[in-house]
Design a protein around this ligand. Structure first.
Ligand code: ATP
Length: 247
């Protein structure tokens, strides 16, 4: 049976400020319903890859100068970021980007604005609170007073409101305690399993990424150098040494 690919990045090149080339012919695919992780050292181009997919590069004077990106069968090149959200692609950016002066519930309400009246019926908040009961407890508190872990939950919760078919997750573990990382990744895995949401997960924490992902890609200097099912990658000597800190 043919593989059902929800995201297909084909040989893309990305340049910032018309001069700095960051991606050099990068290709990767996300199979529908799967979690795929993208790993690599600092500055390899992981966040740039996600921004290329969600068409956020123009905000940073960057551009895809070659190659193509297809989401759900359609070319993304001419679609604005909000149009991609309405089609089911949601990017949870690094650093959470929540509205700190609004309450938790107001942050979730804000997420519905981009969707309402445009063909997508925002889901109630029940689904978000089902996966993140802590957000329910803190729903009337200001988001700025949430802990780092709760802010990450809110960032993912806002994505859920959009009923996405693909979530791009940029370093959800950043700055969190090991216990919270485990809690959040358990929820990420259950959102994938229960709702069938596909995910492209950028992480520095390779062991937790491999624990939830079905397939992994490793990039260096703007292109993929290794890929495979996560069981195979975790058995690879070099991956164990350089990414998992084992030998
Ligand atoms: P990190 O984990 O450190 O975020 P990364 O793999 O996500 O790393 P990117 O953030 O994609 O890497 O950055 C890749 C390269 O592109 C880096 O050398 C970075 O300095 C450069 N870069 C990123 N954003 C810009 C920008 N707006 N303008 C110019 N160069 C940029």
């Amino acid at each position: 049976m043919a593989v059902d690919t929800i995201l297909d990045i084909n040989n893309i090149e990305v340049v910032y400020n018309k001069t700095i080339q960051v991606l050099r012919g990068l290709s990767l695919a996300v199979e529908r319903g799967k979690i795929v992780t993208l790993l690599g050292s600092n500055g390899a181009g992981k966040s740039t890859t996600l921004k290329a997919v969600s068409n956020l590069l123009t905000l940073e004077n960057g551009a895809v100068t070659a190659g193509s990106i297809r989401f759900d069968g359609g070319d993304t090149a001419r679609l604005a970021p909000h149009a991609l959200v309405r089609r089911g692609l949601f990017h949870v950016m690094e650093g959470r980007r929540i509205f700190e002066d609004l309450t938790v519930e107001e942050n979730l309400t804000a997420a519905t604005f981009a969707l309402s009246g445009r063909g997508v019926k925002p889901k109630g908040f029940d689904l978000v609170y089902q996966y993140f009961p802590r957000l329910h407890e803190r729903r009337n508190g200001l988001a700025g007073y949430l802990s780092g872990g709760e802010q990450q939950m809110l960032a993912i919760g806002r994505a859920l409101i959009a009923q996405p078919s693909l979530i791009l997750l940029d370093e959800p573990s950043l700055g969190l305690s090991p216990l919270l990382v485990e809690e959040i990744f358990t929820i990420i895995a259950s959102i994938n399993r229960d709702l069938g949401v596909s995910m492209l997960l950028v992480e520095q924490n390779a062991s937790i990424a491999f624990a939830v992902a079905h397939y992994g890609y490793i990039m260096e200097h703007g292109k993929i150098v290794l890929d495979g099912p996560t069981e195979r990658l975790t058995a690879d000597e070099d991956v164990r040494e350089f990414y998992l800190g084992m030998s």
